[in-house]
Ligand binder design. Structure first.
Ligand code: PLP
Length: 355
């Protein structure tokens, strides 16, 4: 497939104050689009000016949510270069999500080459300040103008780019999380392992309730017994208990985070910490806390990288973790991983694609 490049006539001014970027509100001058038609496959790959789509109101994604997405970042290095972090793993995961949602697979290699081409064109949009980055959002939607419930025959793959601020404007502040005991996000056999809009739509209500009660995130328990910890909002979760790390296994109901995998590798291979990928009951975590064994809790995901958890509330019990401060291992893992991403530390794991 050939990639056609259609440049914008005029360019938008770049944001002047990088401390006010926020998340996902500003978009760059160009986007990538590739179309799919049954019988023809993926075709018409284009980099073109960022613009609104024109879609039929009957379009199947709008009714039945046949859509998947990815999220990764481009980081500015100290020498002014640009790094991508494990981008091939995002396109690989996109194809796993595609399979679950009956969306035709993309050519992972071509998608990565096209993304690199797009970022090269938009390189001035990669911000320079500490903690900022260019967020990359690949998405696929079913575009058939048809109200019947079946897998689409027409799709649009697109990538948009958004300069984003440091996740924590005032440093790494530990978050308070609410353990959801009524609603569930996903069950085995469902689509919890796929990065798809429906999972987020299903999670909004618990998030709204948690926010009203003063919590910033929801910790999901398993959808069957509401007993075992799964993940937090758009992050996987880790518990440090008596010097060892515990996180939920990839058993179909949680998203296989690339940050999760990187943290496991760093903890094991770099810091020599034992990591257990196994089911952990929320009751056991609260009990360990009583006994003084619960040392640190943190979430992992592309947006925040590593997010320390300072408190947890489950039913009528509230606990403080690491005295409400960021734990020592959490801090080391955060520094190491962001150091690799921003090109300040050696990439010993082969995770970086330099542009
Ligand atoms: C994207 C996502 C994550 C984190 O995945 P990363 O690859 O680390 O960014 C975790 N949980 C959910 C539900 C997600 O959508």
């Amino acid at each position: 497939m050939k990639l056609e490049v259609q440049k914008a006539q005029s360019l938008k001014p770049k944001p002047e104050d990088e401390s006010k970027l926020g998340f996902g509100r500003i978009f760059t001058d160009h986007m990538l689009t590739i179309e799919y038609t049954a019988g023809k496959g993926w075709h018409d790959a284009k980099i073109k000016p960022y613009e609104n789509f024109s879609l039929s109101p009957a379009c199947s994604v709008l009714h039945y949510s046949q859509t998947i997405f990815e999220g990764l970042k481009a980081y500015r290095t100290p020498s002014g270069g640009i790094n991508l972090f494990r981008p091939w793993d995002n396109f690989k995961r996109m194809n796993i999500s595609a399979e679950r949602l009956c969306i035709p697979k993309i050519d992972e290699e071509f998608a990565l080459e096209a993304l690199i081409e797009l970022i090269r064109l938009e390189q001035d949009w990669v911000p320079h300040s500490e903690g900022t980055s260019l967020y990359i959002r690949p998405t696929i939607i079913a575009t058939d103008p048809f109200l019947g419930v079946r897998a689409g025959e027409q799709y649009l793959f697109y990538i948009i780019l958004s300069p984003v601020g440091a996740y924590y404007a005032s440093g790494l502040a530990p978050v308070d999380i609410y353990v959801e005991d009524e609603y569930v996000r996903a069950v085995k056999g469902g689509m919890g392992f796929a990065k798809t809009g429906g999972n987020y739509a299903a999670s909004l209500i618990a998030g709204e309730i948690a926010h009203k009660r003063g919590f910033s995130q929801v910790l999901w328990l398993d959808g069957v017994e509401k007993k075992y910890v799964e993940e937090v909002g758009s992050m996987n979760i880790f518990f440090k208990i008596r010097g060892e790390l515990y996180t939920a296994p990839l058993a179909g109901s949680i998203l296989p985070g690339i940050t999760r995998d990187s943290i496991i590798r760093l903890a094991k291979d770099y810091y020599g910490v034992k990591v257990h990928e196994e089911r952990i009951a929320i009751a056991d975590i609260f009990e360990e806390n009583e006994k003084g064994g619960l040392e640190e809790v943190f979430g992992t995901g592309t947006a925040a990288v590593v997010s320390p958890v300072g408190g947890m509330t489950w039913e009528d019990k509230s606990i403080k973790i690491s005295g409400g401060k960021m734990g020592e291992l959490t801090s080391k893992l955060y520094d190491k991983l962001t150091g690799i991403q921003y090109g300040k530390e050696k990439d010993e794991f082969g995770w970086i694609k330099t542009l």
